[in-house]
Design a protein. Sequence first.
Length: 72
Amino acid sequence: MFRSILGFALLAVVAWFALTIVLSLFGFVVGIAAKLLWLAAIGFLCYLGLRLVSPRTADRLRDMIKGRPADA
């Protein structure tokens, strides 16, 4: 009886540590995804501003990012 109680207690401790690690990794992944989304939004707003001010420069920037050859 004491052995089974000790086994369940050990299993609970291991499960608690595993759950803590999994949830912290999940939080890390969600944090990285949120940061990337925030940076993408800032990049989009900068591109939109450049598109409004200088459309030709925005086209050249888009072509440079996509890897197309620039016009001579």
